[in-house]
Design a protein around this ligand. Structure first.
Ligand code: MG
Length: 327
């Protein structure tokens, strides 16, 4: 079976740069792709790489799309190399999108605009880094979001602990907070954060306190404190996820579906191993977002908010950017 194939690179600027311990990120760049078949069905997919997380680069993804030409077979899609996990996700989800054309949402074109976002999924709201978080959470709270995420490890720890303290005083006691260090803490700093989190009581988890190389140290911290740790950078792709599971990780796994690789294999692994997951955005557009949310709704741990409370980070109106890009 072969499909017509077309793609368009895109760029979307954030309302304000996102500061993490990987640095400052100003613009999301990726590729939107479309598959079509003889019957007139269409499927959409998005390649949203995060090379500093271990996915392919945008250039590698673009080269891969160029060499395919104007047609792609199902076999080519199912054998995309492991080194291109964002491409695996995009092509497979476009194929699923095409196969579901005219079932759930009439057309695949409407599938990416609203279908999964309207399903009462609960999201964790990504707050701005530093003190700006103190002014931002209220709007999300009024919007019924109860889980927040705040980046740490970007400033001296004493400064961040002070802001954390103020945040804890202001957040309602039923709110939950996730702290994401993006691997930017030292072992001592991670211990300090865990101690403070255990005391606070409403920190849901601390995400990737140490770099991926420090896996054993994170296992050790897990055993010592009651606030759980979540792996994110350590488990960017499905292969890494499987490896960490085999090495004994039984706490939380953050899954950025957009860069994890094949959705089919991911589904299979999550079902077989019944791991504790938090599905999370790679700040993709609504096309990748709908595909990731669909997967999350199928396989994520139902008691945890999804890490998709990020739409407020983007400037433009979500409704017609795709028409503009494609026409
Ligand atoms: Mg993270």
């Amino acid at each position: 079976m072969s499909y017509r194939f077309a793609f368009r690179p895109y760029q979307r600027r954030f309302r304000q740069p996102l500061q993490t311990s990987h640095g400052s990120w100003e613009m999301r760049e990726g590729i939107i792709l479309r598959l079509g078949d003889q019957a007139g069905r269409e499927g959409w997919g998005e390649i949203a790489p995060l090379p500093w997380f271990g996915s392919e680069t945008l250039e590698q993804a673009r080269d891969f799309c160029h060499q395919l030409g104007e047609e792609v077979t199902e076999e080519e899609i199912m054998t995309i190399p492991e080194a291109l996990p964002a491409c695996q996700f995009a092509f497979e989800s476009a194929l699923e999108n095409l196969q579901q054309f005219s079932q759930k949402c009439n057309t695949s074109y409407s599938l990416h605009s609203s279908c999964w976002d309207s399903k009462n999924l609960s999201y964790s709201c990504l707050l701005p880094t530093g003190e700006k978080a103190l002014q931002t959470w209220q709007a999300a709270w009024e919007n019924r979001e109860r889980t927040f995420k705040w980046k740490i490890g970007t400033r001296p720890i004493q400064e961040e602990l002070q802001v954390f303290d103020q945040l804890m005083q202001r957040l309602p006691t039923t709110a939950k907070l996730r702290l994401d260090a993006n691997g930017g803490l030292s072992f001592e700093e991670a211990q300090e954060w865990l101690r403070v989190a255990d005391e606070a009581g409403n920190v849901e988890f601390i995400e990737q306190p140490l770099s991926s190389q420090a896996f054993e140290a994170m296992l050790e911290l897990n055993a010592k404190y009651s606030t759980p740790l979540a792996l994110d950078e350590s488990v960017a792709t499905l292969n890494q996820l499987e490896r960490c599971y085999q090495k004994g990780w039984r706490r939380i796994f953050v899954i950025k579906a957009a860069i994890a690789g094949s959705p089919m294999r991911l589904r299979q692994f999550c079902r077989e191993c019944a791991i504790d997951t938090v599905f999370s955005s790679a700040l993709e557009t609504s096309i990748g977002r709908q595909a990731a949310l669909k997967l999350a709704a199928e396989i994520s741990s139902s008691n945890r908010a999804l890490g998709f409370g990020v739409n407020h980070w983007f400037e433009e109106n979500q409704d017609n950017w795709l028409e503009k890009l494609w026409n």
